[in-house]
Design a protein around this ligand. Structure first.
Ligand code: AGP
Length: 622
């Protein structure tokens, strides 16, 4: 997820663009850049890595870039490490290593989204004489627009619509053409883009906060539409190039609410971003009905030879490992150990040949996980990092990398990154099973269909969030909450319990349901809340009986189960249903009600949901 801005009007563009990017920095912040045109002069591009202030300093707060028309970008890397050369804007010609200077090219642009078929498009353009300077999908799409612009000579709108027909993926594009000074052209599919106007100026942005200071009159450009933006006026076109009209909308949000997309907290916004995070992550791995791990460098031979997998992580990432253990062992029949990184790094754990150590980390900077990765490498194990931050330390030091595409996660309590990690690991397990021959092609196809259906099923669960909001008001004063389950349901319980305790500060424990009678059940008192996760049909009855044991000691029971298991209501006091799915992949669904329960409980207790006490988003110290 990145942030794009654009301005054309009667004011100097660069300071306005920088101001807009600063209000979008939550969308991505590993590098940034501007392209500004001064009248008919060539556009000037300036780019910088790191936080936005580096770009502001490099351009003297924008004053060293004269001109009244420009575009800008703040990046969250998905293709290509964070670097000046990979930072946007990108151009249709060549680009110097510094990434800054006059743009001799015909087209310059910025992009938010993911072009899924950029590799095949890049090969097409290489055959037509184009050369590439970056690793980004954005450079490909800018050059593709240039290709059609030169080939058909009908103008920018035509070149853009032809590109849109050819491209697969998501995009919000803002482009300037050398032959059209003072104008910006935009196009959108699935990535957010709004266009604002005032008397003498027009504004483009990925999100409302970037332009709220200048105008509240905006157009929400629709999917597969193109905009031609001039100072104070905008024209819209459909995919056929026919002009269409859009309603002008008044924005009523204040700036703070706008940054959270209208949600009260980043955590709730990110819970709702899970369908997109899972979809983007799966789309980056599944092409034409096949899981493609080539970007990780893991070959079929490597997977075929695997005899042991050690998953190492912390916190929620460790919970992903706990869930993946069941999935990999059941699908691919490869033994899996799951280790806390803070323990693994000090243990004399033997690592034999054909062992793959998988380090899972959203930030890619967690000190214990990084240390564990280094220990694994010192002992000669092959390592794979599953991370959300491109170019992070763990990503750079591992032998292989599998990126999740959850976008920046601001709330300390992880949600969308956790779900994206689950999806990535489920896809990895499925591919391992095919390579190992433990699933047939037909089963493989079914599993891929089940994976592809996950995002929409998450969306369906989110539509029923009010019941959880109501139930959370009943438990806001609880002192102890137990989450129990067996198999994958135990792994889900671990994450549900962490969500609850880290943001509501209510003591909570997750327990393997079969383990309760070995001591912990002595803690169950009248009205102690016990939440049972009941998605694994083979273990369902056993967990229900464990819950009944708790009930007989006074517990209040909540059950999370799949549609159709209505008998649960004979045993528990409050039931939440999730859509049916292949039981290997149910974690991505069952966790959503538990995330919402933790969230609403924290809100009911009047706590700082996004920044819980004592916690940091990335634990870069031991
Ligand atoms: C989860 O909600 C917490 N924020 C925390 O447990 C986190 O998962 C853990 O610190 C690992 O972080 P990482 O994924 O960035 O390595």
């Amino acid at each position: 997820m990145c942030g794009i801005v654009g301005y054309t009007g009667d004011q100097q563009a660069a300071p306005i663009l920088l101001d807009g990017l600063a209000r979008l920095e939550y969308r991505g912040y590993d590098s940034a850049g501007l392209a500004v045109r001064n009248g008919d002069a060539l556009a000037e591009v300036v780019k910088a890595t790191g936080k936005l202030y580096h770009l502001a300093d490099k351009t003297d707060q924008g004053h060293s870039l004269p001109g009244t028309c420009g575009i800008g970008h703040t990046r969250w890397a998905t293709h290509g490490d964070p670097s000046v050369v990979n930072a946007h804007p990108h151009v249709s010609g060549n680009c110097t290593g510094s990434g800054s200077g006059k743009v001799e090219s015909d087209v310059v642009g910025v992009h938010n989204g993911i072009i899924e078929n950029f590799t095949e498009l890049k090969e097409k353009l290489l055959r037509h004489g184009y050369a590439f300077y970056s690793d980004t999908d954005t450079e490909v799409v800018v050059k593709l627009v240039d290709y059609y612009y030169k080939k058909y000579k009908i103008g920018p709108v035509d070149a853009i619509t032809r590109t849109m027909v050819r491209v697969r993926g998501s995009y919000a594009l803002a482009l300037m053409f050398r032959d059209y000074p003072g104008e910006i052209f935009a196009a959108r599919k699935d990535s957010p883009l709004i266009i604002g106007t005032s008397e003498s100026a027009s504004y483009l942005a990925s999100d409302v906060p970037a332009i709220l200071k200048y105008t509240r009159q905006v157009y929400y450009i629709d999917n597969l539409q193109v905009a031609r933006v001039a100072p104070g006026s905008v024209k819209f076109y459909d995919l056929n190039g026919d002009e269409v009209s859009l309603p002008l909308t008044e924005i009523t949000w204040d700036a703070a609410a706008a940054e959270k997309g209208g949600f009260e907290h980043f955590m709730l916004k990110e819970i709702h971003e899970q369908p997109q995070a899972v979809r983007d992550t799966l789309n980056s791995l599944i092409h034409d009905g096949q899981i493609d791990l080539s970007a990780t460098g893991l070959t079929e031979e490597t997977l075929q030879a695997l005899r042991q997998i050690d998953i190492v992580a912390c916190g929620s990432a460790w919970h992903v490992g706990m869930a993946s253990q069941y999935v990999i062992e059941d699908l691919a029949q490869i033994p899996v150990r799951v280790e806390l990184a803070s323990e693994f790094r000090y243990r004399s754990i033997p690592l034999y040949e054909n062992t793959l150590v998988i380090v899972i980390s959203q930030s890619g900077e967690t000190a214990d996980s990084l240390a564990a990765l280094r220990v694994a490498k010192e002992r000669g194990a092959m390592t794979l990092a599953v991370v959300n931050v491109v170019g992070s330390t763990i990503a750079r030091e591992a032998d292989h990398v599998l990126y999740t595409l959850a976008g920046p996660e601001i709330a300390v309590a992880t949600t969308k990154a956790y779900s994206a990690q689950l999806a990535a690991m489920d896809a990895l397990a499925t591919q391992m099973a095919l390579v190992k021959g433990t699933v047939s092609r037909e089963q493989y196809g079914h599993l891929l269909e089940e994976l592809a259906a996950i995002p929409d099923k998450i969306k369906r669960i989110l539509e029923d969030k009010e019941r959880l909001q109501w139930f959370s008001s009943k438990i806001a004063n609880a002192h102890d909450i137990f989450f129990i389950g067996r198999g994958l349901d135990y792994a889900i319980s671990l994450e549900g319990s962490l969500k609850m305790k880290e943001i509501s500060y209510i003591h909570s424990e997750a327990y393997a349901a079969g383990e309760l009678k070995h001591g912990t059940i002595s803690l169950i008192e009248k009205n102690t809340l016990v939440i049972g996760v009941l998605t694994q049909s083979q273990l369902f009855e056993k967990t229900i009986s464990n819950m009944a044991e708790c009930k007989s000691r006074g517990a209040y029971l909540m059950g999370v189960t799949t549609n159709g298991n209505f008998t649960v209501e004979d045993s528990v006091n409050f039931t939440v249903y999730i859509p049916k799915t292949d039981e290997h992949f149910v974690s991505s669904l069952a966790i959503v009600p538990l995330q919402l329960l933790g969230y609403y409980t924290s809100v009911n207790r009047g706590l700082d949901v996004d920044k819980p006490r004592n916690l940091a988003k990335s634990v870069t110290v031991e």
